[in-house]
Design a protein around this ligand. Structure first.
Ligand code: SF4
Length: 63
């Protein structure tokens, strides 16, 4: 599974980093989230899916 954050949609709520702190971080410059690694390792899908579901802006794109 792959994950990325649409920076145009992200509003920096931080929910993703709270749900999956190993997978998401926020940039100092603009406070927007990014995926630490676009390739989600086996066993890490669940928190990433939870983060995507909880994002109020639906900015987390899974593929
Ligand atoms: S929860 Fe969504 S809008 Fe908020 S920081 Fe994460 S990706 Fe951005």
């Amino acid at each position: 599974m792959k994950v990325r954050v649409d920076s145009d949609l992200c509003q920096g709520h931080t929910l993703c980093a709270m749900n999956a702190p190993d997978r998401f971080a926020l940039r100092d410059e603009d406070g927007h989230a990014y995926a630490v690694d676009e390739d989600v390792p086996a066993g890490q899908e669940r928190p990433v899916r939870e983060a995507a579901r909880s994002c109020p802006e639906q900015a987390i794109v899974l593929s």
